[in-house]
Design a protein around this ligand. Structure first.
Ligand code: B12
Ligand code: SF4
Length: 448
């Protein structure tokens, strides 16, 4: 999407999760500018990449953007960074590129923090303009074509992700989405969504909107257009449970259009947990959404939060809930105060580390009530499978193949190995202490 904002330029995308040979691309492509994106656990990786870029050729202009850069730009006030992009690329990237290629100053480019001649970072104006998603150019998927066969969602590979909205009207305290978008929500009109879907080659598509079914009228029209347009793809999406409960008929319609799996933000097995994270939802609503999806044969990928403050009983309660509800696909993440969120503002004094690589939601950066090893044993234990019955049912229903089950089991077995979490734990870990030392030596890197 960032690339689509500068169609007049020649571009390359290097997905370093799949191809780490940065030097080869730099040598071959000889770029004038290098732009990177970074989530919070990727801050050091992003800085390292830009360090390598500057070592290759110091005149290359470097810019970093995305969630972490927007919420904590000062973490990128380091010598290898020339500018930090704030917010969505559509707001500023073409003007930034135009200024850099014309060797102009960046004073007139809004939504950018840049390094001036004295090496000081200067904050530009933050614009309030809304992005018209109806006029968005199509993402440059041609630039990631070589990686497509490796992109997946659940067991579907290759997969293409599609974002049809920005922002979220809710205010969960652990989430940075509403902070990033400063509370605003923007949606892509149905016709533009269809135009994009029609260009996609993979059989499987994932809508990565945080809550795809937030505006029933729009999503109704999209489903109608998919069917009348004769598109025959399979879809998965991310949803809140209350949207499903409000409009169960929409699920039926989407199943006819090709919906087969939903990443469901269940977050917890109790009302207390939902209240603690300000989810604005109840367990009754979650239960009803689970029922609606299961009645429609939709695979639920349940996303749950684990609180570092949990006791053994809390873990047991969640495990029982997952089994009772027959949720076959699960994602457990540890409640983490990501910088820029309400939770961070509330709990920053309790943080055990400033090492961002621990903020991957698989490590407890807050104190745990249980001894830490025991906490990770219970956390990992949530991934242990006791009953293969529900999977057999999915295979019988043609929703999964035996091969999918085998691959899934391998992944779950890996997640159920508790010792791997200890390795990078802020208190017990071996790897963290080395990183923290590196951070302490590097005066430019701010602590959380
Ligand atoms: C799909 C998704 C994933 C996928 C793919 C991630 C990826 N790197 O693309 C997977 C499953 C792998 C994943 C994993 C994780 N994710 Co995730 N994920 C998402 C989700 C739902 C959608 C991302 C997306 O495609 N958005 C659509 C595009 C349009 O938005 P975008 O990527 O932000 O890019 C726009 C702007 O940020 C900006 N921009 C971005 N980069 C750059 C760079 C430059 C130079 C410029 C100019 C602009 C720019 O311009 C873009 C628009 O044009 C978001 C929620 C969200 N709504 O964003 C969470 C989200 C990004 N994930 C999050 C988290 C925490 C994680 C995990 C750490 C843990 C977890 N719970 O899963 C892991 C970490 C992975 C890692 N690599 O370390 C957080 C990030 C918070 C943060 N402070 O970093 C988010 C925001 C969710 C949340 N509720 O807070 N995730
Ligand atoms: S967790 Fe989901 S529902 Fe809650 S604020 Fe974030 S995007 Fe919205």
């Amino acid at each position: 999407m960032v690339a689509a904002t500068v169609p007049e330029h020649e571009l390359r995308i290097l997905d370093m999760r799949l191809d780490a040979d940065l030097d080869a691309v730099l040598r071959k492509f000889q770029p004038e500018m290098v732009a990177v994106t970074a989530l919070t656990p990727e801050v050091y990786a992003a800085r390292d990449v830009l360090q390598r870029v500057k070592s290759f050729a110091s005149e290359i202009f470097t810019v970093v953007g995305g969630h972490h850069a927007t919420l904590v730009p000062q973490d990128f006030f380091v010598p290898q960074v020339d500018a930090v992009a704030i917010g969505d690329a559509e707001r500023m990237f073409n003007r930034l590129v135009a200024a850099v290629t014309a060797h102009r100053g960046l004073e007139t480019v809004s939504d950018v923090v840049w390094r001036d001649h004295d090496g000081e970072f200067v904050c530009g104006v933050r614009s309030g303009s809304r992005i018209d998603l109806g006029r968005l150019p199509l993402p440059r998927r041609d630039l990631t074509e070589q990686y497509r066969s490796e992109y997946f969602f659940l067991f579907d590979k290759p997969d293409t992700s599609v974002a049809t909205s920005r922002g979220c009207p809710f205010r969960c305290n652990f989430c940075s989405v509403h902070e990033f978008h400063r509370g605003a929500v923007t949606q892509m009109p149905p016709e533009r969504v269809l135009a994009e879907l029609a260009t996609i080659q993979t059989e499987h598509i994932t809508f990565v909107d945080d809550n795809f079914l937030v505006n029933c009228k729009r999503e109704n029209t999209i489903a109608d257009l998919i069917r009348s347009g004769g598109l025959r793809q399979r879809y998965s999406m991310e949803c809140r449970t209350d949207s499903i409960v409000r409009h169960p008929e929409l699920i039926e319609k989407w199943v006819e259009a090709g919906l087969y799996a939903v990443l469901l933000g269940l977050e917890g097995g109790s009302d207390t947990m939902l209240r603690n994270v300000n989810k604005s939802c109840s367990i009754d609503t979650n239960d009803e959404a689970i029922r609606i999806l299961q009645d429609n044969g939709v695979i639920i990928w349940g996303a749950f939060l684990v609180d570092p403050d949990w006791t053994e009983d809390d873990f047991k309660r969640l495990g029982d809930y997952v089994r009772e509800k027959k949720i076959t696909h699960t994602q457990f993440t540890i409640l983490t105060p990501l910088p820029g969120t309400t939770l961070y503002r509330q709990r920053r004094d309790e943080l055990l580390t400033g090492d961002y690589s621990c903020f991957d939601t698989l490590h407890a950066v807050l104190p745990t009530r249980l001894p830490r090893e025991v906490f990770y044993q219970h956390f990992a234990g949530l991934y242990r499978q006791y009953d293969i019955g529900p999977y057999v049912d999915l295979v019988r229903a043609g929703k999964m193949t035996v091969e999918d089950c085998k691959r899934g089991k391998k992944m779950l077995d890996a997640m159920a190995d508790w010792e791997q979490y200890v390795d990078k734990d802020p208190v017990l870990g071996r790897r963290t202490s080395a990183l923290q030392m590196r951070d302490e030596r590097d005066p430019a890197s701010s602590r959380v």
